[in-house]
Design a protein around this ligand. Structure first.
Ligand code: ADP
Ligand code: MG
Length: 244
């Protein structure tokens, strides 16, 4: 599968070459964006006849496509980038709040209610700040995209002796049992504008942190995604090869 290809061959010459090409595409895309904006502005100053309206429409299509290319490249680079987490002490609940803050406008535009429940005193865990924020971002985005206006995203933080758990529950479209096994595959998407890399990235980051992700879902009811993070003492045990 594509996922295995990316996983196994991440450092292979082909993937490195592709990543290089993707990276190189950034500059011409930027230039296209700027010039399309210029054209758009000039067009607005021209006589508003039918022909210039048609031109303006074409320019808009181009802008949309340039954005799409940019998205594809960004996600591809994200997926192939070799990642060794840089470990710091993280307050997970605070990080979730930061991510929600970034998505606040879109959440309220879509009339989605968010609540956070913190059951226990949550200890800090070791993790890469940027990568863990990426995990939360991808999950919140998916939940948001799965829900109708009036939906609710509930985030629950709890712990036991060895782990911290964060659960993201949404009242969205849910995932059928057949689909469930495909969610983590690279390029699997059910969205017309999707890239199908978000969940693959989430799973990889969680694994690289010694953590886990599990999904429970029911079609048309909603989805609950649980992230499990080892507490620092547990990570030490894992590194020493203990499995209790
Ligand atoms: P994308 O969001 O670009 O489609 P992802 O890898 O993030 O790619 O997700 C893959 C697919 O998993 C989605 O297209 C969707 O079908 C399903 N999915 C993920 N999260 C949810 C969710 N919270 N509710 C419903 N479906 C989901
Ligand atoms: Mg997604």
């Amino acid at each position: 599968s594509m996922e295995e290809l990316i996983e196994n061959e991440r450092t292979s010459s082909i993937v490195r070459l592709a990543a290089g090409v993707a990276h190189e595409l950034g500059n011409p895309l930027n230039s296209l964006t700027i010039h399309l904006q210029l054209i758009e502005r000039k067009l607005k100053k021209l006589a508003q006849d039918k022909e210039s309206a048609q031109l303006a429409e074409s320019v808009q299509v181009c802008q949309g496509e340039v954005q799409r290319l940019d998205g594809i490249i960004t996600h591809f680079l994200e997926a192939v980038r070799p990642q060794k987490p840089e470990l710091n002490e993280l307050e997970l609940v605070q990080l979730v709040e930061e991510v929600l803050h970034v998505q606040e406008a879109e959440l309220s535009n879509r009339d989605i209610e968010v609540n956070i429940e913190v059951n226990d005193e949550i200890p800090s865990v070791l993790g890469d700040r940027g990568q863990i924020k990426q995990v939360f971002f991808n999950l919140v985005k998916n939940a948001m995209e799965a829900m109708q206006p009036g939906g609710r995203l509930s985030i629950l933080a709890k712990k036991d002796d060895d782990f911290v758990y964060l659960q993201f529950s949404d009242t969205g479209s849910g995932i059928s049992e057949e689909e469930l096994s495909k969610v983590f595959q690279a390029y699997y998407t059910t969205k017309s504008e999707g890239h199908g890399l978000g969940m693959m990235i989430v799973q990889r980051i969680m694994r690289e942190h010694g953590g886990q992700i599990t999904i429970e879902s029911r079609k048309d009811v909603g989805t609950a995604i649980t992230l499990q993070f080892p507490q620092p003492h547990r990570r030490v045990k894992m590194l020493e090869g203990g499995n209790s």
